[in-house]
Structure formats: C-alpha cells, structure tokens
Ligand binder design. Structure first.
Ligand code: AMP
Length: 178
C-alpha cells in the first residue's frame, strides 16, 4: 500500500516555531521535525519539485545550510546536478562572491566559478524566504555564470517580510506561508 500523499498543511503542522532564537524577537521556523519524518520529508520533496519534469533542468542550486538538505534530494529526484551556494570562505576552489544586506550588517555568499555551464537550466532552493537578501544574492551568482533560473522554491515564506520584492522576474513558489 502506498503512503497517503502529503499536503502543505501536514508540513505546516510539523514545523516547530522557536521564539527568540537565535536572538530576541526572531520566531525561528525549525524544519527538523519535517526532516525526521520519512513521509513528510519525501512529501516535501514531492511538493517542491511538483510540475518539474525530471531532465527538464540541469542543476538544483541549494543555499547554505538548510537549503542543501532539500536541494540535494530534489536534485536526485529531478536527475539533475546539485550545486552549493555557500557562505564566504567555505568553498575550496575559485569563487564568485555576492554581498547582501542583513538586518544588522551584511553577509557574503559564494559559488565556484565553474559550478554551472552557461545556458544551463536551474532550480534554486532554500528552506525559508524571509527578507529575500540571501536568495537574491544566490540568484545573482547563478546569473553571473550565464545560467537561467527556471523557478525558485522555498519550504517556508514569511510573506510579511516581502522577500519576493527582491526577486523580481522569477517564478517563485513556497509550500507554507506565514
Ligand atoms: P533572508 O535573506 O532574510 O530571506 O533570510 C533567509 C535565510 O535566513 C534562509 O537561508 C533561512 O534559512 C534563514 N532564516 C531567516 N529567517 C528565519 C527564520 N525566522 N527561521 C528560520 N530560518 C530563517
């Protein structure tokens, strides 16, 4: 018997809200209960890749660090390669870097200079869209290499932070919206 299909509401129920982590005022969305449940983890990957034919994209780009978990599983599902966007200083080979603004200060993400072939078709994945700075910086790196973003998908979107406004022109999908 095949397991019951997973709905976004099932995933929402499993997401744990942790108040004041990592600092006061932040409502941290903890996705580890989703990962720990085999049915929900598989269901999340099914939903994130819904409507995307295996073979129709070349690479799934995942964002450091929780984005890697969903992006690598999605890559296997879609018969695509996996490419990491990492925090600055972690990748061993030559990189392109992109700065972006945080609430306080700034951060930098990096991608290997040869990670994507020009013209390749990319699905960009992260666990959560908040202000959009991280995803926008990752999208800039993908485009710097001449690759095309087919879609950007998130498990969670904090819509009140208006992250979509930093990603104009990209099709965006999120499974659970707060
Ligand atoms: P942003 O650049 O503001 O869109 O932040 C998105 C990144 O920060 C994602 O990679 C998330 O993993 C992480 N993040 C931001 N806010 C939260 C939150 N409330 N709960 C969990 N992760 C978050």
């Amino acid at each position: 018997m095949s397991p019951l299909p997973v709905s976004p509401a099932d995933i929402e129920k499993a997401i744990r809200n942790v108040p004041d982590f990592p600092k006061p005022g932040i409502q941290f969305k903890d996705i580890t209960p989703v990962l720990a449940d085999a049915r929900l983890f598989l269901g999340a990957i099914d939903l994130l890749t819904l409507g995307i034919e295996p073979g129709s994209i070349d690479a799934v780009v995942g964002i450091d660090a929780r984005g890697f978990i969903f992006a690598s599983a999605a890559a296997v599902r879609l018969r695509a390669g996996f490419v990491p966007v990492r925090k600055k200083g972690k990748l061993p080979y030559q990189t392109h870097e992109q700065d972006f603004e945080l609430e306080y200060g700034s951060a930098t993400v990096a991608m290997h200079v040869d990670a994507l072939k020009p013209g390749s078709r990319v699905l960009l994945v992260d666990d959560l869209l908040a202000t959009g700075g991280t995803a926008a910086a990752a999208a800039t790196l993908v485009q710097k290499l001449g690759a095309h973003i087919r879609e950007i998908v998130f498990l969670i979107e904090l819509s009140f932070l208006k992250g979509r406004e930093k990603l104009p022109g990209h099709p965006i999908r999120s499974l659970v919206t707060y």
